[in-house]
Write a new protein. Sequence first.
Length: 384
Amino acid sequence: MIKQSADTHAEQAIIEQVNAARAAGTSLAIHGGKTKAFYGNPVSADAELDCSSHQGVIAYEPTELAITVRAGTPLAAVEALLAEHGQEFPFEPPHFGARATIGGMVAAGLSGPRRPYAASVRDAVLGVRMLNGKGEVMDFGGRVMKNVAGYDLSRLMVGSLGVLGVLLEVSLKVLPIPPGRLTLVHEQDQASALALMRCWAGQALPITGTAWLAGRLHVRVAGSEEALMETERLLGGTPMPLADADAFWTAVREQSLDCCAGEQALWRISVPPATAADAIPGVDLMEWGGALRWLRSELGTAVDANVSHSDTTAEAMAEATAETIRALAAAAGGHATRFRAGTGTPLPKRGVFAPLGPVALRLHQRLKQAFDPDGLFNPGRLYR
């Protein structure tokens, strides 16, 4: 087992700052590397709570396929350590910058191309140690898989964007790195690509990523040399050089493709994989077998053509476009998030995330009241 001695100095400093904020009645904006600061609603807080100095591996037992680290530990450093032992995070987390941390990874809850074929961040979380808004340190879950059973409160921290508390330590499940990988490319329009991916979904294939972009469907598979050869025979397509394929999937993971850049807002749309291509017009990139679709909102596109132009102010047009995109996603049985703001794009009146229904809103409010009754942490980051 790889272990480090306890370092309580940084943790104690975090606890003291939270207690001081409680006493003063001030709010705190939690951050680590700030690589995901763009994600979510704007936070208006009185001070920042920097957790980036709270670093280090607490326990790592490769044979147990589990690792426990402090939340401020750089994500790249942990991935490098796992790679030394032939292991990786199963959910392929995006970094969005060199300073990405484990805490930010869990708080954002974002997964990469492998997510539907392996696991999500939430699936991989075994336990957390966190500081709530009352200044209490709380432990949920465990450090190895055999100690975790049923739904655990630690999973509430995934995707909570810090509104429930400060992550101090995280225990995560890891998996062995497959011995080989191969990317095959098919020339397909969006509708044909969806049909092909539906066909693949019904077969036992070692797929670890799918991405449709500009008329080309990319499918990544992993396994032994024999398995890759057989899968190539079954799937067909043109093999992509390994270096080019790795660069492509990294760009997909990090949203650094040309279709994800520009002055327009970028929307992340989650729908059932079987949703027809024309249900969400104007999609630039499609992942996860059709379940994840990326759309650049631009006046004059297919989506914006559905918007009434009776009020042509930038705010009114952006709001109408947001409501149209959300309505299309909801009609397909999914939801839409304004993932990145465009240059000068106004914030949707109801925020960047899909509005909650009455029951979900009440649950959200009760959880916030239980964990952070004074509203110390990241006010408004998820919902107002």
